[in-house]
Design a binder for this molecule. Sequence first.
Ligand code: AMP
Length: 113
Amino acid sequence: MENCLFCKIISGDIPSAKVYEDEYCYAFRDINPQAPTHILVVPKTHVASIAEADQLSPGALAAILSAIGKIARQEGLDNGFRVVSNCGPDACQSVQHLHFHILGGRQMAEKMA
Ligand code: AMP
């Protein structure tokens, strides 16, 4: 999609620190990390948020979920990690392309919000 930051990252028009890629998804380091490990996993097909995830194929949905575990193992997040997907203004979603934050490398707060 034109003018979507993450579509431009997936296409390589905007540089990123890639950590994983397969047929369906792309993962890269967050530019403003909120934990020692902070990675974004995005579908290659543009959908705005998790609220529209039903527009993705079952294969793409499965690939994203399995990618999260693969990336966590690759990054050595053996003590655990948190996965977050902000959706819409109430959740402060700032990029309108579905993404999952993988946060790890430190103890997370017990309270999530
Ligand atoms: P959210 O606020 O949930 O929509 O998350 C968007 C995330 O994208 C934020 O954590 C930003 O730091 C991150 N971000 C924005 N621009 C870039 C970029 N060029 N490369 C990597 N991460 C980015």
